[in-house]
Design a protein around this ligand. Sequence first.
Ligand code: FUL
Length: 475
Amino acid sequence: MNHKIYCPTKIIILVLSIMIINCSESRRTADDMQPLLPIPAPQQLAWQQDELIMFIHFGMNTFNDVEWGDGTEDPAKFNPANLDARQWVRVAQETGFKTVILTAKHHDGFCLWQSEFSEHSVKNSPWKNGQGDVVREFTDACREFDVKAGLYLSPWERHEPTYGDSPRYNQFYMNQLTELLSNYGDVAEVWFDGACAEGPNGNRQVYDWQGYYALIRKLQPEALIAISGPDIRWVGNESGVARETEWSVQPPSPAIHAGMKDPVWYPAECDVSIRPGWFWHASEDTRVKSLEHLLDIYFKSVGRNSALLLNVPPNDKGVFAEPDSRRLKEFRVALDAIFKTNLAESANFSASNVRGDQERYAPQNTVDADPETFWAADDSVTNSWLELDFGHLATFNISMLKEKISLGQRVEAYRIDALADGAWLTIARGTTIGHKKLDRFQSITARKLRIVIEKSRACPTLKEIGIYRAQNCIE
Ligand code: FUL
């Protein structure tokens, strides 16, 4: 018999330590928050936090003054005198865009790179004696300026003769995808346009979407597949405007998320051009959107739990025209000014509920220097309020709320009340919050403010709160 094993003191110590371990385990599970599925993949989370993406439509259409070419255009026309991809990406970087997506090929089929699979490309143009590669210059510039590169390869193709001969075209398309995703470094976003205008008697191409997705996952596992793809959803218009209620939690789309039954994380992207057209036209140099319009778009896209994909088309010299660059700079300056002073930072906070009564989930976390810390309520709580006491009268007209979306999108309804002239007044109402919700309202002067979460899929979280005063931002 082994005396050591049966020593009573040792048994008591063992039992006690098991009890202590169990006790701390159960305490930890009670306090730790469980994510509410679905949650974003790490790349989706980074994408949403980046907020601003630039689109660059450039190609044959730039030289033909059209929006859609039919594939019969002469490559000899492609000859930008001063093509400067570094300028595009530098301006994007300086004005806060974290990803830039280039149309490597639009519907007309003209390839901006030296594709082995098509003669309709830069290699048959006079530009750089047919030796140039716009995709190369663009992706090099992205690396130089630390901006993520994205590529648009139009599935609908009006030049390629195999289009409509489904298996052959799918092979051709995947060959081109392979070139783009193998030879140009990391690609952060692959943008699949949904357009197709061939009539009922035209070629009916059946795209092998699942095959395209599998190829992208193999060649660029970190890339997000957008629009006709499973990771990023088209918002449904080309005006840059999301819905007031914008859920990143969506039912799976049968054609895209084949075989999936549970809700998926599928956040919205708002695409819009800085000009009327997607491509540059000299006649539109005077029709660049006003600063007020761009700011309105920002509030209605980024401010509604979406990312903004803003198109800025280079001109026929191969550079951004002056009005576009100027407007982008004004846009950046205006955004910085609007969000410069967060009045919430100096407020005292209280809350109707703090998860586990812990510092770790305290309401002050929404304004601390760490954007990842957050306030949360107990599991049993799905409505609650946070109060901000400014300690003096404060005047403001914008609020910003952010949920901790890595734990799931939860809030379904909220309102903001302000204590002005001794009475509580509702100044804003909303439904979803998600990554970021911005509300604009008439300027109000108040001593206190309450964010009231009225309905939530599970206990609510808030990661950041911003209260601002800005000029000229009201719709
Ligand atoms: C559309 C295309 O037809 C336009 O030319 C543009 O590329 C836009 C972003 O998507 O569907």
